[in-house]
Design a protein around this ligand. Structure first.
Ligand SMILES: Nc1ncnc2c1ncn2[C@@H]1O[C@H](COP(=O)(O)OP(=O)(O)OP(=O)(O)O)[C@@H](O)[C@H]1O
Length: 343
């Protein structure tokens, strides 16, 4: 478990102090895929860098258990560790970045071997493990290729393989898909999800893209001006954002339209089908059922719809059931009912 307790971070600058984080407390459970979202400058990078002490908090504690042996089995505060202990703890925390940060002069295999070289793993053993990792990330035939010969998605796969080389317990992803197109983003997110499940690695994702959170995260924290605005499961926060900052992120277009009485609310996630407008229109035409668009964060990319919509179904149970059946039979959409929706 990762417990960030009352974390504040102040940067001294020539123009005075910048307070990047203000009394942030969050708990990330083992095996979670935890999203930290917020607008630019909200403090996301600073917060995630506090988890491995790339940034040292000005105040607060970074408690993580299972990284180094302690007498009483209590989680250690990373801020209190000596440098040798901190180096040891950091071996269990890997990070991937938007710009991949691969060494361009080295082959893929050699990039993946790099952290193992530093840790003193014998060369033959490191190369064997690196080849296994290339297989895990789906690039078994790229051992001898140089980063310049790879696509963005492939570079990120190599970076993920390198991050796994130290057998981490925690993987920090700093805008890891922001430089990638939607299809590649999806495939990288699937890989991260697969790694989380198969290897039991706790994943912390920072992103400004809510679609990324919707796609893979179990829990989410919304940061604004260095403060925690909302925190909870993705379902809780996304179905009913309680703060202005939360609403701005979840419904960036402020898409709250005419309200019809609604008893059941469903979230429709568009997975790249043709477009979303015809779906709502054909629901009205084919089923004679009017749904209420409570919120939407959809994007049309090359004529394909991505993102999600919250729909209020009609009060009449028969009509609501008809709409549900219709929606569930559509290709390229996922439909789930939202429990306890409060407008
Ligand atoms: N090393 C630094 N020195 C001074 N100020 C900094 C430093 N690092 C971050 N800041 C400031 O702290 C605040 C939070 O920055 P941070 O990079 O954590 O935000 P972010 O949410 O990750 O933003 P983005 O999405 O644009 O990367 C910003 O006001 C930023 O200018």
């Amino acid at each position: 478990m990762i417990q960030l307790e009352h974390i504040s971070k102040t940067f001294p600058t020539a123009d005075g102090e910048v307070q990047a984080l203000r009394d942030v407390s969050i708990t990330i459970g083992d095996g979670d895929i935890y999203g930290i979202v917020g607008m630019s400058g909200a403090g996301k990078s600073t917060l995630v860098r506090c988890i491995n002490l790339l940034e040292r908090p000005t105040e607060g504690r970074v408690l993580i258990d299972g990284l180094i042996e302690t007498e009483n089995g209590e989680p250690v505060d990373l801020c209190q560790l000596h440098s040798a202990q901190l180096r040891q703890a950091r071996r269990s925390i890997s990070m991937i970045f938007q710009q991949f940060n691969l060494l361009m002069q080295r082959t893929c295999l050699s990039n993946i071997c790099f952290p193992m070289e530093i840790a003193g793993v014998p060369k033959a053993q490191a190369r064997k493990r690196a080849q296994e990792l290339l297989e895990i990330v789906g690039l078994p035939d790229k051992a001898g290729a140089y980063p310049a010969q790879l696509s963005g998605g492939q570079k990120q796969r190599v970076a993920i393989a390198r991050a796994l080389a130290s057998n981490p317990k925690i993987l920090l992803c700093d805008e890891a898909t922001s430089a990638l197109d939607p299809t590649t983003t999806r495939s990288i997110l699937r890989l991260v999800q697969d790694i989380n499940k198969r290897l039991g690695i706790t994943v912390v994702v920072i992103t400004h893209e809510m679609a990324v959170v919707e796609e893979i995260c179990t829990h989410v924290t919304i940061l604004d001006h260095g403060r925690v605005m909302e925190t909870g499961t993705v379902e809780e926060v996304f179905s009913n954002p309680k703060t202005e900052a939360g609403r701005r992120l979840v419904f960036p277009e402020g898409a709250v339209i005419e309200r019809l009485p609604a008893v059941r609310v469903v979230r429709v996630v568009f997975n790249g089908g043709s477009s979303y407008e015809p779906l709502i229109a054909s629901l009205a035409i084919d089923c004679q059922v009017k749904v209420n668009i409570l919120g939407a964060d959809t994007k049309n990319i090359n004529g394909q719809a991505f993102g999600s919509m919250l729909l209020g179904l009609p009060e009449d149970p028969a009509e609501a059931a008809k709409a549900m059946t219709y929606l569930r039979n559509q290709p390229n959409v996922t439909v789930e009912e939202v429990q306890d929706y409060h407008a």
